[in-house]
Design a protein around this ligand. Structure first.
Ligand code: NAD
Length: 541
């Protein structure tokens, strides 16, 4: 910034459209959904501003209608990944020196494109690709991605304004350089907003990026890419490659210029990547930044003083919205015995009222899980629970993949607080309940803390301040996002920075300044105005 201390627009959260019957946005998104459903797309790789078709393709289909083909995407060979790296490094020469206000302008423009002309398209694509209801698509693909883009621009300017003290004789300036090399962004299927944010946040800070979206999200990733292109992200700054994740990752990690990874996905994949980075450490020009937000086994714990209706609602929404495929979804619940019967009544009534099917029918609250692998895994856990004498299925338990990958929202009650579904991340609409004795609040909190390797989100319900305070302390390290009398899902950018520790990730809090710090390497510049001309200090006499 050479010619002014510019102020960016104050970031505000994008208002969420209701899509209630009769609203124009509902009509528009349904029309867009139908048009997209009835046509096909071919998604090429995107390298250095060019669409690259490789001829090696895979098909894309909606999880709720898996025989219907939405189109194809092209898979990269090693040479394409190498080309993406080489051209990104070339693009870096200009991009890393681009004044920040130009970078801000591009990503603010991307936010407005999503808020306006692309809103229906990005939502419809997310409904089709990931089988989200319109509400889930709106809070993810439209609002959260807009928020990430707007707030990150504001956070960037706040970081740049953080400067050290200077004296009259010397001026200290901190320059927030991008990393030397390129950043690799690997994104999960479950949030279009995360798919957009992982490459965009690093690029905003002046980095060039190789972005590998999930195979199951390419269809909506393409809309994100189109927004970036239209917003004016220069050629080579964000490159999108699809295909074999191991080949792509091994090629990227073999580059001496690899300088950071921005990952969201499952814990075992991230740990494997970390290990590979360790193995390659002697080859890198710089220590790579390793940022990964990973799995969860998120809890709700309800004290005897909590309101049963509120607890049941938190489970109904927290465990089953988007079919439990949010990393923050409640999947293990600990309920005090004196309120359990009431919670159970409300919860089963809620579940029995859920409508299940395609997101195109907006009466449906639950749609399909992402793919056959996920469906089969969930079905096998449900089957095992049916066979186990120590557990009881109190709701759901049905599944059907003839048309779409539909798993009915399932509640398992167990007498064993360490039962497999209390510990393992299933990533689907299955929640397990353990009922504890009212008097065992402290013991239960210890159990909550020690049951899982993860520490992503968790919620405590109580009307008793002492019980709440005990829980807040006892569960200090059990969740990076902790909720009091609320469901454990639904973090909002700028309000609840998101991320967890233990096996849930490096806790670099997407949607906050903390995350952006990972994509810069500060340079301290001290300028002395009149340099000394004698080495001798006064103490030398
Ligand atoms: P996933 O781990 O299967 O895939 C994530 C990404 O990694 C995809 O792009 C995939 O192609 C890639 N990948 C898969 N195997 C790989 C390998 N061997 N090497 C390199 N890359 C590989 O996860 P998913 O099913 O897409 O997403 C669900 C997971 O993500 C859950 O565990 C969930 O908890 C987690 N998640 C966490 C957060 C968070 O903020 N903590 C947010 C969203 C999702």
């Amino acid at each position: 910034m050479g010619k002014g201390f510019f102020e960016v627009p104050v970031a505000i959260n994008e208002p969420i459209n209701s899509y209630a019957p009769g609203t124009p946005e509902r009509e528009e998104v349904l029309k867009t959904y139908k048009a997209m459903y009835n046509s096909t797309v071919d998604v090429p790789l995107y390298i250095n501003g060019k669409d690259i078709t490789t001829g090696d393709t895979a098909t894309m289909a909606p999880p709720h209608d898996h025989k219907h083909i939405l189109g194809t995407y092209h898979k990269a060979e090693k040479k394409h990944v190498q080309e993406a790296i080489d051209t990104a490094l070339e693009a870096r020469k200009k991009w890393a020196n681009m004044p920040w206000e130009q970078r801000a302008g591009i990503f603010l423009r991307a936010a407005e494109l999503i808020a306006g002309p692309y809103r229906a398209k990005i939502n419809a694509a997310t409904m089709l690709a990931q089988s989200k209801t319109i509400h889930q698509a709106e809070i993810d693909a439209a609002c959260e991605l807009i928020d990430f883009l707007r707030f990150n621009v504001q956070f960037m300017t706040e970081i740049y304004a953080e400067q050290p003290e200077s004296t009259s004789g010397a001026w200290n300036r901190l320059e927030y350089r991008p990393l030397e090399g390129f950043v690799y962004a690997i994104t999960p299927f479950n949030f279009t907003a995360i798919a957009g944010n992982l490459p965009a946040s690093a690029a905003l800070m002046g980095n060039v990026v190789i972005w590998k979206p999930s195979d199951s999200q390419v269809y909506s990733a393409k809309v994100v890419l189109d927004v970036f292109r239209e917003a004016g992200v220069p050629d080579g700054v964000i490159n999108m490659v699809m295909g074999d994740p191991i080949m792509i990752t091994d090629t990227v990690l073999a580059s001496p210029d690899f300088s950071g990874i921005h990952f969201t996905g499952s814990t075992h994949v991230f740990k494997d990547i970390w290990q590979k980075i360790g193995t390659n450490i002697h080859n890198y020009k710089t220590y790579p930044r390793i940022v990964g937000e990973t799995g969860g086994k998120d809890f709700i714990v309800a004290h005897k003083t909590s309101n049963p209706r509120q607890v049941a609602t938190a489970i109904a929404r927290g465990a089953f919205e988007f079919q439990g495929q949010k990393c923050s979804a409640a999947s293990r619940c600990y309920i005090s015995e004196s309120i359990w019967n009431e919670v159970k009544e409300y919860l089963t009534a809620d579940i029995n009222s859920f409508k299940i099917g395609s997101p195109e029918n907006m009466e449906n609250f639950v749609t399909a899980v992402i793919h056959e692998g996920s469906f089969d895994k969930l079905a096998s856990y449900i089957d095992n629970a049916k066979k186990d004498d120590n557990v009881e299925i109190i709701a759901g338990g049905k599944y059907d993949k003839s048309e779409g990958y539909f798993i009915h929202p399932t509640v398992i009650k167990t007498e064993d607080p360490k039962y497999t579904t209390m510990c393992t991340e299933l990533f689907g609409p299955v929640v397990t309940i353990y009922v504890f004795e009212d008097a065992k609040w402290n013991e239960t909190l210890k159990l909550v803390d020690e049951t899982s390797e993860y520490a992503l989100t968790g919620a405590v319900f109580s009307e008793d301040r002492y019980a709440l305070e005990t829980a807040v302390r006892a569960l200090e390290n059990a969740a990076g996002n902790f909720y009091i009398n609320d469901k454990p899902t639904g973090a909002v950018v700028g309000q609840q920075p998101f991320g967890g520790a233990r096996a849930s990730g490096t806790n670099d809090k997407a949607g906050s300044k903390l995350n952006l710090y990972r994509w810069i390497s500060p340079r301290m510049v001290k300028e002395t105005f009149v340099s000394p001309i004698d080495y001798k200090y006064p103490f030398l006499g």
